[in-house]
Design a protein around this ligand. Structure first.
Ligand SMILES: [Zn+2]
Length: 391
């Protein structure tokens, strides 16, 4: 069944065009152009009247944790069996799709659960976005995440082994925990975890397999070690200073600020564990300053919510876009971060833009999200591979 979006305002992943027609069939985008020059095939397709509405590529969230629902206690949420976690993933994947998110990268869960759930989604067994899974995140013994989403590993050889295990399980991304973090008790946020040799080994091994590698990195030294090693993205990056920002710009390293994670923790002292609220407060202002520096340095940003962390439910990419704009990114760049930028970072070239031959992952919004990003909070139609969800 073919679908034709007529007279729509289109943000194609890079720029905005008016009165566009987009023809979809067989799960891919067949034609894009001026509606006035629509091809003959458009007439026999089912028409979706796009006047006054905006069509964008499906959103890409580059940082989620599908095994976690966003309950107040992250560590407690991890205390389930892998089959139970898989059931949580299924529900959370559907929530992502309902919000207009058609691709996610998972940055750490229980065992290989997310790799397998991603496979089940790709096989059509359950609805959800495309999943670029990382398996378990890699952390040092006793490091951030050891008791929730990460596998402990030490030494360059150990790190290589752990990367290979994730890839064997189906991971198409690797995540290392380079510094301390907010949600693990007893470890400072700016603690430097892996040694430079360990980081080098992880980056080299991931790239050998052709997959991108992300670093959870809050403290300055940990961030610098990762940038020097050739990491693809710095997640959080609360202590990015001016010289690191220059290095990141030069090397094309993405910054994924995950503002929603901090907002969810700091905004809910009533039920989030006190140690996490305290650490979140320590870095909130720092994170905002670092984001400003990153924007001024012209870094590429990708949208990542850290969904699954406290009070940060799945499907929050639109909210993260709004927050990036509130913190100083232009609406156009924030939308690029959640579409074409994310596809580049994740090495998924078939998504992220509205172009002929790309997957028909598309979202229709009322109004004009480039002029008013709040329009993203409620999609009016979500399509993945040419099929409307919910069907
Ligand atoms: Zn995370």
């Amino acid at each position: 069944m073919a679908t034709y979006f007529s007279r729509v305002t289109a943000f194609d992943g890079r720029k905005v065009r008016e009165k566009v027609g987009v023809l979809v069939s067989g799960g891919t985008i067949q034609w894009v152009g001026a509606h006035a020059r629509a091809p003959r095939d458009a007439r026999s397709a089912e028409e979706v009247e796009g006047g006054g509405r905006t069509l964008t590529p499906g959103l890409i969230d580059c940082h989620v944790h599908l095994c976690f629902d966003g309950g107040p206690d992250f560590v407690a949420e991890a205390a389930v069996t892998e089959p139970y976690a898989a059931v949580k993933c299924v529900g959370n994947a559907a929530r992502q799709l309902a919000a207009g998110v058609t691709t996610v990268r998972d940055l750490g869960g229980l065992g290989a659960v997310v790799c397998d759930v991603g496979r089940a989604i790709a096989d059509g067994r359950t609805p959800g976005p495309r999943v670029v899974a990382s398996g378990q995140a890699l952390t040092i013994t006793g490091g951030h995440g050891w008791n929730s989403f990460a596998r402990q590993t030490d030494g360059p050889d150990g790190v290589r082994l752990a990367v290979r295990e994730q890839v064997r399980s189906g991971a198409r991304s690797i995540k290392i925990v380079a510094t301390g973090g907010v949600l693990t008790p007893g470890i400072a946020v700016d603690f430097t975890a892996f040694t430079p040799e360990e980081v080098d080994a992880a980056v080299d091994e991931a790239h050998k397999w052709g997959v991108p590698i992300a670093a959870h990195a809050i403290g300055r030294t940990g961030i610098a070690n990762c940038v020097r090693a050739g990491i693809d993205s710095i997640e959080h990056g609360s202590q990015i200073d001016a010289s690191i920002a220059r290095d990141m710009k030069e090397r094309g390293v993405f910054h994924v600020p995950t503002i929603s994670a901090l907002a969810g923790i700091v905004g809910h002292p009533e039920d989030v564990p006190a140690f996490a609220v305290e650490k979140g407060k320590q870095i909130m202002d720092m994170a905002r300053d670092a984001f400003g520096r990153a924007v001024r340095a012209g870094l590429r940003h990708a949208c990542g919510t850290d969904a699954g962390t406290p009070h940060n439910p799945h499907g929050s990419a639109p909210r993260e876009i709004v927050r990036m704009v509130e913190w100083g990114l232009s609406p156009l760049k924030a939308l690029q971060a959640a579409t074409a930028g994310g596809a580049d970072l994740l090495r998924v070239p078939e998504v992220g833009t509205i172009e002929e031959g790309k997957a028909a992952d598309l979202v229709l919004w009322s109004g004009h999200p480039v002029e008013d990003v709040a329009a993203l909070l409620k999609p009016s139609l979500v399509m993945k591979e040419g099929e409307v969800f919910p069907g």
